[in-house]
Design a protein around this ligand. Structure first.
Ligand SMILES: [Zn+2]
Length: 100
C-alpha cells in the first residue's frame, strides 16, 4: 500500500498515512478533522514506468541492459528534465544521475 503525506487544513498538522489507493483520506490524528489535503511527494507511476522502460526488453542479458541503460539514461533524463524540470527529476529519479 502506498504511503501518503497529508496536511490538515484545520490545525496545520502534517502526517503520513498508509492506505489503499481507493480509500478516502483519513482524519487528522491531531484534531480529528477530515479537512485534510494530500501532499504529492512521490513520482507519478507513469514517470517511474518511463524510467524502467529505458532499460530495454525483458529478454536482454544483464550486460546488454547495462550498456543500453548507460546509453539511454542521459537521453531519458534530458527528456524528463525538459518536461518536469530539474528539481523533479533529481528528487524522484536520483538514480538517473545529474550534475550537482
Ligand atoms: Zn488537524
Amino acid at each position: 500500500m502506498p504511503l501518503y503525506d497529508y496536511h490538515c487544513t484545520e490545525c496545520g498538522a502534517v502526517f503520513e498515512a498508509r492506505h489503499s489507493i481507493n480509500a478516502s483520506a483519513p482524519a487528522c490524528p491531531a484534531c480529528g478533522a477530515s479537512a485534510v489535503e494530500r501532499r504529492i511527494t512521490s513520482a507519478p507511476a507513469s514517470l517511474k514506468g518511463m524510467a524502467a522502460n529505458a532499460g530495454g526488453g525483458r529478454n536482454a542479458s544483464k550486460e546488454q541492459l547495462q550498456a543500453k541503460w548507460s546509453e539511454e539514461t542521459p537521453r531519458l533524463r534530458e527528456q524528463l528534465v525538459s518536461k518536469l524540470g530539474e528539481d523533479m527529476v533529481r528528487k524522484n529519479l536520483p538514480h538517473l544521475g545529474g550534475s550537482d
